[in-house]
Design a protein around this ligand. Sequence first.
Ligand SMILES: Nc1ncnc2c1ncn2[C@@H]1O[C@H](COP(=O)(O)OP(=O)(O)O)[C@@H](O)[C@H]1O
Ligand SMILES: O=C(OP(=O)(O)O)[C@H](O)COP(=O)(O)O
Length: 401
Amino acid sequence: MFKTLDDLDPEQRVLVRLDLNSPVEDGEVQDNRRFDRHAETVRELAEAGHRVVLMAHQGRPGGDDFVSLEQHADILASHIDREVGFVADTYGDDAIAAIDALEAGDVLLLENTRMCDEELPEEDPEVKADTEFVRTLAEHVDAYVNDAYSAAHRSHASLVGFPLVLPAYAGRVMQTEYEANSSIATREFDGQVTMVVGGTKATDVIDVMNNLGDKVDQFLLGGIAGELFLRAAGNDVGFDLEGMDFFDDQWEANRETIESLLDERGDQIKLAVDLAYEDETDDRGEIAVANITEKDRAYLDVGSMTVDEYDPIIRDSEAVFVKGALGLFEDERFAVGTTGVLRAIAETDCFSVVGGGDTSRAIGMYGMDEADFGHVSIAGGAYIRALTGAPLAGVEALKQD
Ligand SMILES: Nc1ncnc2c1ncn2[C@@H]1O[C@H](COP(=O)(O)OP(=O)(O)O)[C@@H](O)[C@H]1O
Ligand SMILES: O=C(OP(=O)(O)O)[C@H](O)COP(=O)(O)O
């Protein structure tokens, strides 16, 4: 297992990797739950009197959201109620001068790690540890903390290089995310284990079913992925109408796998019995799946009868895991499925983990309280990997110590 902040010596110069990757609208970085979560780690380190040097990335080179971290420093400062210095440099002379000038309790954010050429190529930790970026920064700090669980599936320099050259520790976000998201593989539950799977990516749902079929008693399906399963079960749904590109490619690529999963695991898989669509007056309309005879409309949510079927299954469960939304919940008319299952989880005292960047957003959007869930993950890609038991490079590197 990895070491945590509880194991850190006092008065250290600590280099901390966060994941502050955020939506950017018209050049403006949007505040989001990642800041709030990482604030806990940063505050704890600063209050303990460490000198805190933060690293994070934003976007990918070439993308509109590939911007400086200057705004991130201000947003983070508002979450920790103390100043966060910023230096527009990753590991050059300016960065080193700023690090060396830190006093106990000071917090400094370095520039976007992906502006450094050595950060991105996916390479082994040994290669990353030997980069100028890692070697230079390592000389000016005493310890490394990785708190960026949601980026830990990347074998990038700031995530896997430092544990080989510095004493390395997991931050509070890393610790809680790791424990909760791995729990489906590592914990034994006394009662029924249920998994709600939806969203837009069929391969995520397939991976989960292939890897967790023996751990999960019931899979409750919805979203685009659920429609593909309904189509494989012989229903006239899951076709791309004009202007859509959700279904056809995914159907071609995954049809056989979905059909054999339905064949082999049919008893564990619950499909929607009704679906919702936008009617002629722009209201929500619903139709029983059994009554769908033509591929003439897009379905944007599971229907109310489906929620009524899923609800008691959730309430009877010992543990519930959620990956992917059951509908286009960003539009209130089509949030019934997603909020229906989330409310059922919130109202029961089952162990629960909700993940997927988009899906977990529905909790705040519809006035639910994160405290009513066991764990709400801020990870997307890393969460799905953890669920399916795939190792995360950043976590493995921390464990090496
Ligand atoms: N029937 C649907 N039609 C269009 N979009 C849908 C539908 N069902 C789910 N979605 C969309 O799926 C998105 C979540 O999908 P995905 O990215 O796979 O999950 P997450 O990011 O939560 O892991 C939501 O933003 C939601 O709008
Ligand atoms: O936001 C992130 O991942 P996510 O979209 O899977 O949640 C991470 O910061 C990783 O970013 P990347 O997918 O550009 O490597």
